[in-house]
Design a protein around this ligand. Structure first.
Ligand SMILES: *[C@@H]1O[C@H](CO)[C@@H](O)[C@H](O)[C@H]1NC(C)=O
Ligand SMILES: *[C@@H]1O[C@H](CO)[C@@H](O)[C@H](O)[C@H]1NC(C)=O
Ligand SMILES: *[C@@H]1O[C@H](CO)[C@@H](O)[C@H](O)[C@H]1NC(C)=O
Ligand SMILES: *[C@@H]1O[C@H](CO)[C@@H](O)[C@H](O)[C@H]1NC(C)=O
Length: 401
């Protein structure tokens, strides 16, 4: 028979044991949410040209990321199928960053393939992992598949805008959405914003924006008169584009003054969105650089994007995705429309056709003593083969002397 003293000791030990388990759980699990929030990491801003007078952008179209290792590849050779997953997409992104060392990375939608993941946040963190690890500034717009998981389009853009080194925005700041009467304009979609790139360090344009990047939300799906079709860029977005472009042309006068450029030329700009505009179909009959391998899957609605871009004069090239096996650049009335080419292994493609990425490089004009404004914009692609082969290099725009 145990003595009362031993019983008492057992009880104390037992209580101490329970208490220590509770303490352990409390400090290690239950209080996780009370850790001080870690602030977002920002890249060095503003975006600017390098000392060597270049600014290089990597376009990543249609990563179609799922959950990582367990998400299988689509449309690869049968011999590749057993060892192919989202991690091949990750490795391709790491290799492209290492080889091209871009100044900025633009993701043009279908970044994640919503229907292949039960957790959009986790998928985004993995998909953008390599760029976050690199510390290179980056921005993204949405495609038509990103929202097919646990987040709405607004939540996705909000999350993306808060990720490390991201310079994405949900929509323009309210002061950029004031109409002529001082009222607030509504803007359709999520992920409409502009970014400015400044001149080379130490040059007279070091503190001046000389190159503009526009991002637009081309939507997902819509029903028009009972028929399903893809989304399109709405009049409210084009209205914002016109007004922001006009605002930037004002700044442009300073640039022309500093660089003594005549006649006054608008600052060159590029645009990025996901779904092609209907006119891209016409490029089937024209000279293009790259391949037209599949039908253009666009909206049945033509909202006048091309007309607007022609009228504002600054956009020299537009970078789109959506049709994974098309990878061409074609010119529509003076504006280049370039597909990125499908990047991700979980997105559809064609077996034996390497996944690919597009690079865009802007170069400055050499003045007598320093770098001036943008002189030339070039592009090329790289294939995810053993050499990351460079193909289809071309000039998109050159300053007219
Ligand atoms: C995917 O990655 C694995 C592992 O590195 C590699 O063996 C395989 O060839 C890759 N597949 C493709 C289609 O690139
Ligand atoms: C967008 O353009 C406006 C000019 O209209 C400019 O003031 C603003 O700084 C630009 N935004 C960014 C993030 O560069
Ligand atoms: C740009 O700004 C920096 C820091 O304010 C200044 O030191 C430099 O002189 C400026 N350069 C020009 C060309 O205005
Ligand atoms: C890669 O480069 C090597 C050496 O130049 C060449 O033999 C090989 O055919 C290339 N592979 C591809 C896929 O282009």
């Amino acid at each position: 028979m145990e003595s009362a003293g031993v019983k008492w000791k057992h009880s104390v030990l037992y209580l101490a044991f329970i208490y220590s388990i509770l303490y352990f759980l409390h400090t290690n699990f239950l209080l996780l949410d009370n850790r001080p929030p870690r602030p977002k990491k920002w890249p060095q801003l503003p975006l600017r040209f390098r000392h060597d007078g270049t600014f290089k952008i990597l376009q990543v179209a249609d990563m179609h990321f799922g959950t990582g290792l367990l998400t299988r590849c689509r449309d690869v050779l049968p011999s590749h199928f057993p060892y192919c997953s989202d991690l091949n997409t990750t490795r391709f992104l790491q290799n492209m960053i290492q080889l091209e060392n871009p100044d900025f990375i633009a993701f043009t939608g279908d970044n994640i393939f919503g229907s292949s993941t039960g957790d959009a946040a986790e998928s985004l963190l993995q998909a953008f992992g390599p760029v976050i690890h690199s510390g290179i500034p980056w921005a993204a717009v949405l495609g038509n598949h990103d929202q097919e998981s646990t987040m709405t389009r607004e939540e996705l853009m909000s999350f993306i805008s808060l990720m490390d080194y991201s310079v994405s925005q949900i929509n323009p700041p309210s002061e950029d959405l004031v109409d002529v009467n001082g009222g607030m304009m509504h803007i359709d979609g999520f992920g409409n914003y502009n970014l400015s790139v400044y001149g080379a360090p130490g040059s007279p344009l070091a503190n001046t924006s000389i190159f503009n990047l526009f991002f637009l939300d081309s939507g997902d799906r819509e029903i028009v008169q009972g028929i399903r079709t893809y989304g399109w860029i709405k009049e409210s977005q084009l209205h914002w584009l016109r007004s922001i472009s006009q605002g930037l042309q004002g700044e442009n006068e300073d640039v022309n003054h500093i660089t003594e450029t005549l006649p006054v030329a608008p600052l060159p700009a590029l645009a990025f969105f996901h779904i092609p505009i209907p006119e891209v179909r016409e490029l089937y009959y024209q000279n293009i650089i790259g391949q037209f391998r599949e039908g253009v899957a666009c909206s049945s609605v033509n909202s006048g994007v091309l007309k607007t871009m022609i009228s504002i004069k600054d956009i020299k090239a537009v970078f789109i995705g959506h049709d994974h096996t098309n990878d061409f650049c074609g010119n529509l009335e003076g504006i280049w429309f370039c597909y990125g080419g499908g990047f991700g292994y979980h997105g559809y493609g064609r077996a034996g056709l390497p996944r690919r990425a597009r690079v865009i490089s802007a170069e400055l004009r050499k003045g007598d003593k320093a770098w001036m404004g943008v002189e030339r914009i070039k592009t090329w692609k790289r294939l995810d083969d053993e050499n990351l082969s460079k193909i289809d290099e071309q000039v998109l725009w050159e300053l007219q002397p």
